[in-house]
Ligand binder design. Sequence first.
Ligand SMILES: [Ca+2]
Ligand SMILES: [Ca+2]
Length: 104
Amino acid sequence: MKIDSKKIIFSILLLGAFSGCSLLISDSMIKGIHQKMDTNHDGYIDYNEYLADSNSNMDDVKSEAKDRGMSVKEYQKWDFNRVDSNGDGKITPQELINLARKEL
Ligand SMILES: [Ca+2]
Ligand SMILES: [Ca+2]
């Protein structure tokens, strides 16, 4: 099976809409996705790295923003803050895992 990591990360970030998908995602897969998004390899996804990934899914982002009555910018900020649960501006692999597991 070909795994499209962009779609998987998007599924994680949109757990509200796709909570069932997270059942199929293991911690090690999430860590792999985190590594891929962490383009400067400092161990965290910062907002710019998040935006680079988000902007490559612009069609999806636009429709998600529209569904929530937000602008794309507002939606991206809201979405990042949702994953960054301790609000330090950086997403750790554990924060990504926590979000994926939250609704299980
Ligand atoms: Ca980084
Ligand atoms: Ca954080």
